[in-house]
Design a protein around this ligand. Structure first.
Ligand SMILES: Nc1nc2c(ncn2[C@@H]2O[C@H](COP(=O)(O)OP(=O)(O)OP(=O)(O)O)[C@@H](O)[C@H]2O)c(=O)[nH]1
Ligand SMILES: [Mg+2]
Length: 302
């Protein structure tokens, strides 16, 4: 939305604000990898890496603000940590401890992030994980129509904040990650993230605030799903799945699991890749043409 309808990601102001957010992502990824090494009892092959790990462990994730630079020596240390065979070994198990999926982007590029002239690119910005902890209202115009999107956090701790907050909603936009079928939930590693997404979806459908509202369902992270389905069986989340291990049937199966939960409900499913601006643009064109326009005229909005 930001990219398409707001000020974009290219303004100096947005870029400068994201410097600290990128560092936050770097530190969170590095610390999550270190914690995973401890959990899986994997040791570092180089004492210098162990030293960097100890240093990072003592730091806060928000240690660097947008006005500071990540020290270059620390950035090189983080890169060395990333290259460590033990860290690479636990990286391959990342679905089991909810490491953010863009982790490799932040580790691969950490040295350049510490250069004095570096500014976040649109890609760096789109790949940041920014946990929503407050209800955010985003207002934008699409072809002269004013839209207000209310963004809420998906984590368990966030949900009690909003299920009762809405009185005048025209649509529910529910975003689930297709590629979550083999991943654990960040806040509860004993729970499968896809099972949680299905459960939350049901809860939202049942909530009295959204009971009759049409749902726009984004089956997101299609790019990650397309790669993953070739080597990770769907059985992790759906033991009863009998279809082939390929993108289209697996995605359609997941879509049906959502849609079949509410045969009476108007549900508009879309397969999306939110980090691909051209894909989001196309999807929103469809949303606009197929859904918003028809419904808005019904509501007297256009
Ligand atoms: N590859 C890929 N990454 C994606 C896609 N959509 C989102 N991401 C990444 O997933 C992460 C999403 O982070 P957030 O925006 O914090 O996610 P959220 O769903 O709003 O999380 P909460 O606010 O906690 O509910 C970021 O690292 C994004 O780059 C996608 O379609 N493909
Ligand atoms: Mg969010």
């Amino acid at each position: 939305m930001q990219m398409l309808y707001l000020q974009g990601t290219q303004t100096r102001e947005t870029q400068a604000r994201y410097v600290g957010v990128v560092y936050f992502n770097v530190l969170r990824v590095a610390r999550t990898l270190i914690a995973a090494c401890q959990r899986y009892k994997v040791s570092f092959s180089d004492p210098a890496v162990a030293k960097t790990a100890a240093q990072l462990w003592k730091m806060e994730e928000g240690s660097f603000s947008h006005t500071e630079r990540l020290p270059q020596s620390l950035a090189r240390g983080i890169y060395r940590l990333w290259q460590d065979p033990g860290v690479q070994e636990v990286f391959r198990l990342s679905h089991a401890y909810a490491l953010q999926e863009s982790a490799d982007h932040f580790m691969d590029n950490v040295v350049s992030f510490s250069e004095p002239s570096w500014m976040p690119t649109p890609e760096d910005i789109l790949l940041c994980r920014v946990v929503t902890t407050e209800i955010k209202e985003i207002e934008f115009q699409m072809d002269g129509t004013n839209l207000k999107m209310i963004d809420v956090g998906g984590q368990r701790s966030e949900r009690r904040k909003y299920l009762h907050c809405f009185t005048e909603v025209d649509f529910v936009l529910y975003v689930c990650a297709l590629s979550d079928y083999d991943r654990v939930l960040g806040e509860d590693h004993s729970q499968n993230a896809m099972a949680e997404a299905l459960m939350l979806y049901q809860e939202i459908l049942d909530s009295r605030w959204f009971r009759d509202k049409p749902v726009i369902l984004f089956l997101n992270k299609a790019d990650i799903m397309a790669v993953k389905i070739k080597h990770v069986p769907m059985a992790t989340a759906f033991p009863e799945y009998r279809g082939p291990a390929s993108f289209q049937p697996a995605t359609m199966y997941i879509k049906d699991r959502f849609v079949d939960m509410s045969p009476q409900r108007l549900v508009y499913p879309f397969v999306t890749t939110a980090t691909d601006t051209s894909n989001v643009k196309k999807v929103f064109e469809c949303v606009k043409d197929q859904i918003l326009r028809g419904n808005m005229s019904r509501f007297g909005l256009v």
